[in-house]
Design a binder for this molecule. Structure first.
Ligand SMILES: Cc1cc2nc3c(=O)[nH]c(=O)nc-3n(C[C@H](O)[C@H](O)[C@H](O)COP(=O)(O)OP(=O)(O)OC[C@H]3O[C@@H](n4cnc5c(N)ncnc54)[C@H](O)[C@@H]3O)c2cc1C
Length: 566
């Protein structure tokens, strides 16, 4: 196997030789290093490597190169080697130069670079190597060349083999896949000494499972499925950002804590390839990686997990709450946190789904809006959230188009907001219109295809941003009637509780639902912000309310008001 390639481009001779030295000394055993002063030569090398099917792990380039800019070169890199990490080289303090600062900002906003890299200034320069090894680790994870222990062998990539890989992925278990008729597949099947049906899952200790159920696989792979005990201080339903945060804080404050999820780790956050608006990760972090780290953190603090278990019902049993689970008789807790999230309605246009995070965004534009400065941007949706998103974007974008399927904004938007949208000179509203296609040449959205519903006429328009605000459905259908919800199914909590529905003398705590002792956090909660950071914040807040709840426990649970709601 040829070694993956690291490419560095810098026309400053001194800097180029420092790059050669640092990269060569530290990485040449595992990577082939190509350093050049010429962007033309770099591009030719990258084209040849793409033609030969060779892997490029990392490209570093200066912003100001003869005849081109680093940002332009990175655009080509993304097209030729979509998995390569891209680092913009700057000198110490370079971010203070307004032009360089702007180049970093624009390139990050449009996904042309992964981050900036400080040129090596001395040897060994551990700051430089920290950045490089972080890039290489991320690249290895993306390419699945990081160490893996479990092997899945299947006839085809899709179907049950895909589902099994998905289960392992959602339980944060490193694994690899190969086809049964590949060289590796034949060797593994011969070694497994079993004539069983595919797909096979082969463990490092030689254990083999033939087409296991999801629960069998998760359990065999070390992710707990059956809770070891049935009584806990706290049961958290949902292992997305809100549930994971509640698990970290709950376990760290000494509560015996169980997290159950009908899938694995991470919830909706795992569909985001790069979360750029979560505190403390200036280069962004993938939703999957963030969830894995939070899971490890909760686990080392003592939280227990049960994956592939769906919560089916909640019921009070004396001073405890019983959570019925699929595949298990159920668990009991002094308090329950509902962190079951919501599913966003998807657009279902494959070309645009593939650009999720690369110009196409589900949800509001809070963090991406400044990066849309001077560009044409589209918002799809006819509700208030879409109107607000359009107005926010209009402060930055050259032009915002709000695409609505309905014949009038009045169908889904408050009157005051519809008037504001229509009065904004920077916002155009296209009614009776849908989005049926789109794409981008160098890995970032550059056009959309719209269709007018009444005439069927199609039009291709330039666009660098598409914000999809087409609704979310909370996972709360399974809850009993005692847990009050808004008309769309989001759980009501704290100050939003209908007074009649609250059964106790004491007031409800901040995130408490109409079922005392049951709290809600994250996207499933009425009025939540639908962001990773706010879900995490609510998960931790819920734990603070538990302290007060447990202190008030006896009184609260034994003295229901006479007019308690049915
Ligand atoms: C494509 C996409 C990209 C996004 N990008 C960003 C971004 O860049 N930045 C950002 O801040 N936000 C982003 N978001 C929003 C963010 O992911 C959510 O706001 C966040 O994940 C909400 O966390 P949560 O824990 O409340 O719910 P979720 O993440 O939805 O987790 C809920 C969990 O509950 C489980 N569950 C549901 N019902 C049951 C049940 N009955 N029994 C057991 N388990 C159950 C589910 O399996 C799931 O694992 C994105 C969302 C999407 C869809």
């Amino acid at each position: 196997m040829p070694r993956p390639v690291l490419v560095a481009v810098d026309d400053d001779r001194e800097c180029l030789s420092a790059l050669k030295r640092e990269l060569g000394d530290r990485y040449s055993r595992d990577y082939r290093i190509v350093c050049t002063a010429s962007p033309k030569d770099a591009l030719a090398t990258l084209e040849k490597l793409a033609e030969d099917g060779e892997d490029v792990a990392l490209v570093l380039a200066d912003q100001w190169l003869p005849g081109t800019t680093g940002s332009e070169l990175f655009g080509q890199v993304r097209r030729l080697h979509p998995h390569a990490k891209r680092g913009l080289l700057i000198t110490w303090g370079g971010w203070g130069d307004p032009a360089t600062g702007q180049a970093i900002f624009d390139s990050m906003a449009h996904g042309r670079i992964d981050y900036y890299v400080l040129r090596p200034s001395h040897s060994p320069d551990e700051v430089f190597h920290h950045t490089i090894s972080s890039f290489l680790l991320e690249w290895a994870r993306d390419r699945r060349v990081a160490p893996h222990t479990i092997r899945v062998v299947g006839e085809v990539w899709s179907g049950r083999a895909y589902e099994l890989r998905d289960v392992l992925g959602r339980c944060a278990i490193p694994h690899s896949f190969c086809l049964a008729d590949s060289n590796e597949g034949r060797t593994l099947l011969a070694g497994a000494q079993t004539g069983s049906k595919l797909p096979l899952v082969i463990f490092p200790d030689g254990n083999v499972l033939a087409d296991p159920t999801n629960a069998q696989l998760a359990q065999a792979a070390g992710a707990a499925v059956d809770p070891e005990h049935t009584d806990f201080d706290l049961v958290i339903v949902g292992c997305g950002p809100a549930g994971l945060s509640a698990a970290v804080y709950g376990a760290s404050e000494g509560f015996s804590t169980l997290v159950v999820d009908d899938g694995g780790i991470g919830g909706q956050a795992t569909s985001s390839s790069l979360i750029r608006n979560y505190l403390g990760f200036p280069a962004g972090i993938s939703g999957g990686r963030l969830a894995e780290q939070a899971y490890e953190q909760a686990w080392v603090l003592g939280a227990k997990f049960a994956f592939m278990q769906r919560a089916l019902d909640l019921r009070r049993e004396g001073d405890q709450i019983r959570v019925s689970l699929s595949g298990h008789s159920g668990v009991r807790a002094r308090a329950v946190i509902l962190a079951t999230g919501a599913s966003y309605r998807r657009l279902g246009v494959p070309d645009l789904e593939a650009m999720n995070g690369a110009g196409v965004f589900y949800g509001g534009p809070a963090s991406e809006a400044p990066g849309m400065a001077g560009h044409d941007v589209y918002v799809l949706g006819g509700a208030n959230s879409a109107g607000q998103a359009a107005l926010h974007l209009a402060r930055f974008a050259r032009r915002v188009t709000l695409v609505v399927r309905a014949e009038s904004l009045a169908v889904g938007m408050s009157h005051y907001l519809a008037r504001e949208v229509q009065a904004n000179p920077n916002v155009e509203v296209r009614l009776c219109t849908e989005i049926i296609g789109g794409g981008g040449e160098d890995g970032w959205l550059d056009h959309l295809v719209l269709r007018e519903l009444t005439t069927g006429q199609e039009e291709t328009v330039p666009a660098v941003g598409l914000f999809l605000m087409i609704g979310a459905h909370p996972h709360t259908d399974w809850l009993p009637a005692e847990v009050s919800r808004d008309p769309r199914g989001f759980v009501l909590t704290g100050g939003n509780l209908p007074t009649r529905a609250w059964p106790l003398e004491r007031s409800p705590y901040g995130l408490e639902t109409t079922m005392p002792g049951v709290l809600a956090a994250g996207d499933a909660r009425h009025g939540s912000v639908k962001r990773v950071a706010s879900a995490v914040g609510e998960g931790s807040m819920a734990i603070q309310f538990l302290h007060a709840l447990f202190a008030a426990d006896g009184l609260a649970r034994t003295e229901p008001r006479p007019q308690a709601v049915s």
